[in-house]
Write a protein that binds this ligand. Structure first.
Ligand SMILES: NC(=O)c1ccc[n+]([C@@H]2O[C@H](COP(=O)([O-])OP(=O)(O)OC[C@H]3O[C@@H](n4cnc5c(N)ncnc54)[C@H](OP(=O)(O)O)[C@@H]3O)[C@@H](O)[C@H]2O)c1
Length: 340
């Protein structure tokens, strides 16, 4: 359903919650390039989004008219399986505090981000929006998925009870400048870039990848996602979440070969089949978003090249430093194991 409303006002107060993250920093870039003049941000040390009283105080003081809710505790299989309590608690709290404050303090529109991992483990592929809650979740990230599903249901409940213009987008796996390259908490694509680059730098010819290499995944450049988020804020008003992806997938081994050819040509890929694979296939059906008039524009190969260039520009300064975020990114040199 298109909104039938004018696009959001480029001079309105826009709160990007999670502005230093992969998604948040891309949304800031997109809003700035589109001429938004009143972007509001609050770093974690200024505002812990899990704290309802603090979030209420901030909303009362700043009265954001529109909200991009893209903060959360995010990570790959290893982080999900070793820190399940943080993944469910942090995300439940962040989503609840911000959605409630947006309602309470009169924000006009809010966009919430789900994640494609909240669809059932064995959902029919490609996954349509209606596959949500039709089967068992992938056990390796169930606590995270439950929190993300709760976020979608929160938006829907506030719409139904209060008429709030709260919408949800469901992105596939994301990558791009500002990604997390810490091998203990990163997603598969940045972890691969990091591992191949580490091997290249140290002259190692074999790179080990977790699992069988057969699971299939879809990857969307974060600048495409940011563009889709603004498009949905401007044009979408429905209760259903909307999938955001490319509609194309590839196997983990094919991805590893693509990264190898870019970063460390000639290296040998060794599959560690003792490690878990995760969901066998994850591909979003993006026909609803296409029907609204949006499609992705950054091919994976181009996106990988620019992401690797970004990593090279930022890796040197991060090497030897403890994990910390720059204004656009997290780069960390710790960690030993990869994730899928
Ligand atoms: N990355 C993906 O592949 C992917 C795929 C699908 C959906 N998503 C969704 O997209 C959203 C953003 O993900 P991302 O990849 O951009 O994550 P990210 O890079 O880890 O960024 C998360 C942001 O949230 C902030 N944050 C976390 N806990 C906070 C707290 N308690 N108080 C205040 N701020 C807090 C972080 O602040 P600091 O900078 O201080 O750490 C950071 O700015 C999440 O909802 C995620 O579920 C991501």
């Amino acid at each position: 359903m298109t909104s039938g409303q004018p696009p959001i006002d480029r001079t309105a107060r826009i709160f990007v919650a999670g502005h230093r993250g992969l998604v948040g920093s891309a949304i800031i870039r997109r809003l700035e390039s589109d001429g938004f003049t009143n972007i509001l941000t609050a770093s974690r040390d200024q505002l812990d989004l899990r704290d309802q009283a603090a979030v209420n105080y901030w909303f009362r003081a700043n009265r954001p008219e529109h909200v991009f809710l893209v903060a959360g505790t995010v990570g790959g299989i290893m982080a999900n399986s070793t820190r399940p309590a943080e993944f469910i608690y942090d995300n439940l709290m962040i989503h609840a505090t911000v959605v409630d404050a947006a309602h309470r303090f009169g924000s006009d529109k809010l966009l919430y981000l789900g994640s494609s991992c909240i669809y059932p483990r064995l959902a029919e592929q490609p996954m349509t929006e209606s596959a949500l809650l039709t089967g068992e979740l992938e056990p390796t990230n169930e606590p995270y998925a439950i929190a993300k599903i709760a976020g979608i249901k929160l938006c829907q409940a506030y719409r139904r009870q209060f008429g709030s213009r709260f919408i949800s987008a469901m992105p596939t796996n994301l990558y791009g400048p500002g990604d997390n390259f810490d091998l203990e908490s990163s997603h598969v694509l940045p972890a691969m870039i990091r591992k191949f680059d580490d091997a290249r730098r140290s002259g190692v010819q074999t790179v080990q990848i977790w699992g069988s290499g057969t699971p299939r995944r879809e990857f969307l450049h974060v600048d495409d996602l940011a563009d889709a988020c603004l498009f949905l804020m401007d044009n979408y008003e429905g209760e259903s979440h909307i999938n955001v992806g490319t509609g194309l997938d590839l196997s983990i081994l094919e991805l590893a070969e693509m990264v190898r050819d870019l970063v460390h040509p000639g290296a040998t890929i060794q599959l560690d089949r003792t490690k878990p694979d995760g969901t066998p296939r994850k591909l979003l059906d993006v026909s609803a978003l296409s029907a609204l008039g949006w499609s992705a524009s950054i091919p994976l190969r181009n996106g990988l090249e620019s992401t690797y260039r970004w990593y090279l520009d930022h890796a040197e300064e991060a090497r030897g430093l403890p994990m910390q975020r720059t204004s656009a990114a997290a780069v960390n040199v710790g960690g030993v194991a990869s994730t899928i």
